[in-house]
Design a protein around this ligand. Structure first.
Ligand SMILES: [Zn+2]
Length: 666
């Protein structure tokens, strides 16, 4: 009887009754707004949850397929077109992966201007805050006069000009080619933007500042410099690449597990790194680097000038106000981790050299240090004081082992019988929230999540701890909606594999098809591609983060480069479809000029003058953003040919007739 009950209970467990995540922990609402049940349910799916699209993105799929087909031989190309066209003709839009009520909740949350929705700094929680509180906390952060200074205006153009000038000068010295210069010279850049992610594990929920600098004027140059100067760091004994690398260090036979474990953490390292000191160190290292010539013709002196130019142009905007970061390596620049490393390598070397007692192990991941101290407890305090005397702005916080335990990165280390017993470390605020199984992602990505965490368990856990971790993972995946079968088979495959799954090197000869993921349809297209030796890559539909996290000022679509656009007529239903590699704003000016001077080669001008109609310039809009030239021309042609009539003078690129029935039904 009792046996039966246990069995029943086990069954219930597997139906998901026990395996539910704590919604209150995942959705941290610290605002004054009361979330409805549907809103909370939606948010508890996690910020990375991709909402499936209601329509099949046929234009995108055709443009992608056609541009891949053109790279194949005639026969294969036609087979690809026919295969994809057949799938598109038969397909029905996929079922939504969220309920009707959740769709309504999504719309309402998007409209609510009084709150901000953000991922927490760590632990995969979703935080809801009052917008005014968020703004106040950001302002308070930016009020720190040691670190930031308000600027009277937007310096973007000024910085663009400075960089262009510097690049021209090194081109004249024949240190870079003209092509390189054109690639690195900033154009239409946008100012970096600062936002904050809430640290929910700390009292009063402070924000961690993050700067997004992707389209900033220094970004292309900074990325170029990273490739050249990156290899000079990471050569010290202290350097660790990641947690796996750390495991190798502490499992070395030379390590004595009787020593006291300590961790050090530099307080806001990036904003404190003294650039005046780092640049000369960098120059010296580059001068001693024999392999530099293999990477670039640019001299160490010139390289340092360029690095300085990038790191001194550290500005960003918050809402309408511009700020400059006065000291340190700029947040968001890909150069910053390298410069911080160079400085820390020097600082730790000096500090350890000048102290009579030495740690038996010292390993550092950027600003986090794990050390083993073989001396008495009193000397630890002296060593801490000594460390903090190196530079009064670089201050270390320390933590000593507690009950033989300490955490470092995502590893929990315990000293037990003269051995290190390691397991996965999770903060109390960790939600166990991972990509939900219903998210609109390819099944390969979803099983990838299981494999990746299994792999981490294998690499970081002591053999005695692995079972416990895998048991935890199983429960967590069930709670995130994964079928038991999927969990077990992926854990099993990863546990038994001895080889590392090396990422495939980008092979020029492999043909790719990049399409948005649509459940049911993408798999069929993938099947067609496989028979033709084409690799399929799936882009994700917008996630909840994309839909809801509105803390940056969105880039105006008319300022985005590489678009297909539409310009309507004021007096009839005719539209003009065009494409440009530049921005719509720039292209509009040319069209306006063409209309003014009766340009007979311009479709808008011809229609306006022949019919005596006005152009509706204000309603001109971007239809699609397509960076690749061929894909953009194909997209333009598909859009033109899907409309009953346009004011275009021709139909654009000639399209393969296979697409006609689909285009006609768009
Ligand atoms: Zn008209």
């Amino acid at each position: 009887m009792k046996q039966k009950q246990i069995k029943k209970f086990d069954q219930l467990k597997h139906c998901g009754i026990k395996h539910t995540l704590n919604k209150r922990k995942i959705v941290k609402n610290i605002s004054n707004y009361n979330l409805t049940q549907d809103e909370e349910d939606l948010l508890s799916l996690g910020m990375n949850f991709a909402v499936s699209s209601q329509k099949i993105p046929k234009v995108e799929i055709i443009a992608s397929t056609e541009s891949t087909a053109r790279k194949l031989n005639k026969e294969d190309g036609q087979q690809l077109r026919t295969g994809v066209a057949l799938i598109l003709q038969k397909s029905k839009p996929p079922k939504s992966n969220i309920s009707k009520k959740q769709h309504t909740a999504l719309t309402n949350l998007k409209r609510n201007k009084n709150i901000v929705i953000l991922p927490a700094d760590k632990g995969n929680a979703t935080v809801v805050m009052d917008r005014c509180e968020y703004k106040m906390k950001m302002k308070k952060l930016l009020d720190d006069e040691y670190t930031y200074k308000q600027l009277p205006n937007d310096p973007t153009t000024k910085i663009e000009n400075k960089i262009t000038k510097a690049l021209k000068s090194i081109e004249e010295k024949k240190l870079i080619s003209k092509e390189q210069r054109l690639k690195l010279a900033p154009q239409h850049s946008t100012p970096p933007q600062i936002y904050g992610l809430p640290k929910i594990h700390k009292e009063n929920v402070p924000l961690r500042p993050i700067v997004s600098a992707i389209n900033s004027p220094t970004h292309p140059l900074a990325k170029f410099l990273v490739k050249i100067i990156g290899p000079v760091t990471g050569k010290t004994n202290s350097y660790i690449k990641n947690s796996t690398h750390f495991m190798e260090k502490i499992n070395s036979p030379a390590i004595n597990s009787k020593d006291t474990m300590i961790s050090f953490d530099v307080v806001s390292l990036f904003t404190k790194v003294p650039m005046k000191e780092v640049i000369p160190i960098l120059k010296m290292i580059l001068e001693q680097d024999d392999s530099l010539e293999d990477r670039t013709a640019i001299t160490p002196g010139e390289l340092c000038n360029l690095v300085e130019l990038c790191v001194k142009s550290t500005y960003f905007c918050f809402e309408e106000t511009f700020y400059e970061q006065k000291e340190g390596a700029s947040m968001g620049s890909p150069l910053s981790p390298i410069l911080a490393n160079i400085y820390m390598e020097r600082l730790e070397e000096e500090a350890i050299k000048n102290f009579p007692l030495k740690p038996s192990l010292w390993c550092r991941y950027v600003d986090d240090v794990f050390a083993l101290w073989p001396h008495d407890n009193e000397s630890i305090q002296d060593f801490k004081l000594h460390l903090n005397k190196q530079n009064k702005h670089i201050q270390f916080t320390t933590e000593e082992e507690n009950e033989n335990k300490i955490a470092f990165l995502d590893v929990q280390i315990e000293r037990k019988n003269n051995k290190f017993i390691t397991s996965i470390f999770r903060k109390k605020t960790h939600t166990d929230k991972y990509l939900n199984y219903k998210s609109n992602h390819h099944p390969r990505i979803l099983s990838g999540v299981v494999k990746c965490l299994t792999d981490r368990a294998k690499k970081l856990c002591h053999p005695s701890e692995i079972e416990q971790e895998l048991k935890h993972l199983k429960e967590v995946f069930l709670a995130n909606g994964y079928p038991e079968q999927t969990i077990n088979s992926n854990i099993k495959s990863k546990r038994n594999s001895t080889t590392n799954n090396s990422t495939k090197a980008q092979d020029e000869t492999i043909k790719y098809l990049v399409i948005p993921y649509v459940k049911g349809i993408s798999e069929k297209i993938e099947h067609v591609c496989r028979s033709l030796n084409i690799e399929t890559v799936f882009t994700s539909t917008p996630t909840l983060k994309k839909h809801l996290m509105k803390v940056k000022t969105p880039r105006e679509k008319s300022k985005i480069k590489g678009v297909v656009y539409e310009i309507p007529c004021m007096d009839c239903s005719m539209v003009y479809i065009g494409e440009t590699r530049r921005t719509l704003d720039k292209r509009l000016k040319e069209h306006q000029y063409a209309v003014k001077r009766h340009d007979e080669k311009n479709g808008i001008a011809v229609h306006a003058w022949n019919s005596n109609h006005k152009v509706n310039w204000l309603e001109a809009k971007v239809k699609e953003r397509v960076e690749n030239y061929t894909r953009r021309r194909i997209t333009e042609a598909v859009v033109i040919q899907s409309l009953p009539s346009t004011s275009n003078l021709d139909n654009g690129l000639e399209l393969n007739p296979t697409w006609q029935p689909i285009i006609a039904s768009l």
